[in-house]
Design a protein around this ligand. Structure first.
Ligand SMILES: [Zn+2]
Ligand SMILES: [Zn+2]
Length: 121
């Protein structure tokens, strides 16, 4: 993560009880952001950590890798696929380029667990 990318994004407030921050975006909009989700359009469309989530993670002392390694629910999915995988080696990914996300973000975006690697969870 490049810190310069986030310098125009301002965290207005942070509620440690809920882990939710109010973040002022570069276009003057205010978003409700936690490490799991964000109300911005970018997150709604891609379901990937957006710059606001990264900004919040940075402010909480996480790097990008630390952000994911601190999570117990990291999953992988391929672009254009509606299924997520708990194993990056799952055959269901078929060696397609896969993205890292979390269960909560994947489900929020309507992805379903893979039957072969996610079991009957
Ligand atoms: Zn966002
Ligand atoms: Zn799978």
């Amino acid at each position: 993560m490049d810190r310069a990318l986030f310098q125009n994004i301002v965290i207005q407030s942070y509620d440690p009880a809920t882990g939710t921050a109010e973040i002022l975006g570069t276009h003057g909009d205010v978003y409700q952001t936690s490490l799991d989700r964000c109300t911005c359009e970018d997150f709604q469309q891609r379901g990937l950590p957006c710059k606001h989530i990264y900004k919040l993670a940075l402010s909480r002392g996480y790097s990008a890798d630390a952000f994911f390694s601190a999570r117990s629910d990291v999953v992988w999915y391929a672009d254009g696929c509606r299924v997520y995988h708990t194993s990056p080696d799952c055959r269901g990914l078929r060696n397609r380029y896969s993205r890292r996300s979390t269960v909560s973000m994947a489900e929020y975006n309507g992805l379903r667990p893979c039957k072969s690697c996610c079991g009957d969870q």
